[in-house]
Design a protein around this ligand. Sequence first.
Ligand SMILES: Cc1ncc(COP(=O)(O)O)c(C=O)c1O
Length: 447
Amino acid sequence: MKDRSIILPSSEVPQKWYNVLAEFPGELPPAIHPGTKKPLTPEDLAPIFPMSLIKQEMVTDKWVEIPDDVMDALKIWRSTPLVRAVHLEKALKTNARIYYKNESVSPAGSHKLNTAVAQAYYNKTEGVKRLSTETGAGQWGSSLAFACQRFGMECTVYMVKVSYHAKPYRKSLMRVWGAKVFASPSPETAYGKKVLAEDPNNQGSLGLAISEAVEDAATHSDTNYSLGSVLNHVLLHQTIIGLETKKQLETAGEKADILIGCVGGGSNFAGFVTPFISDKLKGANIRMIAVEPAACPTITKGLYEYDFGDTAQLTPLLKMYTLGHDFMPPGIHAGGLRYHGMAPVLSFLVKKGLVEAQSTLQRATFEAGVLFSKTEGILPAPESCHAIKVAIDEAKKNKGNCIVFNLSGHGHFDLSSYDNYLDGKLEDFEYPEELAKKALKNVPKVE
Ligand SMILES: Cc1ncc(COP(=O)(O)O)c(C=O)c1O
């Protein structure tokens, strides 16, 4: 009997990140300075990012060496297993072969740690004392908290208020790893105070928490800002997922027909699929499906336009799929997928027709997650359930395909959401077309 789980030996963990920009079919529209409306320069980003990450944001080389200290941290949990989901296959009575890449085995429980250790390392080497960031579901905040303590840095996390109250144990984990955590909107920043004065019950959003974290970094000289998704360098760090998966599929004697991942800002999905893009450009028949919530349908209902990454309009303008920077998402349980924008690299791949997108309703994703948990034993994060749902849909078509999805994280801190699902209290929410159109009116004009 073949091994069900393929783990690469330490010596075979990829030593370089892959930069899809080197093989891009066309030029990625540059990030724009919101004041001058000119392409961003490295100096524009210097107040909140270290120069090494700014260089990575703009790098054109195909391969980027992973520093030894980052590799040393990554090897705490990497390689991550690629597992054949034989028990799920049996339950579905499908002739598809389903594999999942298990990113839930990292200390923080998701893929987010892949970039957190790299970002903390580069900031540390440039003398930065503290990192500020936002978190939705808490996966990113806890990843950065772990990475900061590993490299001897302080960490401040602005956690979207609705998650801060719904997920108290994510907050505890961040505190164990030494981070300070504030519910956002918070009285800690000028922008947070302004929002609270207008609406004391504001439940927060990722866009709003980003504004607070950016303000914190911009107003403290020893502090930089760190983002858990969207930007090119974050996607670069996540390519270790896809690079490992490629090697593991080779070991299993398989070729993927369909790659599936959930998308919030786009980092786990892009990290998983972009190492396969060169094969696709050379003619390989691989479908790549990005799955988002119907409640936050950035790609499937948004516009491909320049927009801000945050609510207070502090960030550069990025050309991306967006629902508008003042989009207030409904309180669905996949907190990490409630972002109005999408990584420019991924948006571009969608625009070029290399990646397709689907949206799914909340209850169906939990149903898929529960079936996965009953058959394969792992409780998936609500975000990852979106990928599982579409993997199951594809497997049910019985086309004998090799389907590979990225299990971006576990759901051990999401049990109250599972309780709500099991008690029949979860509601489906489809973001109305009219609201999407209204929010898009405020997208800035760029020639
Ligand atoms: C487990 C998990 N999966 C996916 C995501 C979505 O982020 P991204 O699209 O950047 O991978 C998040 C975000 O918090 C997450 O926690």
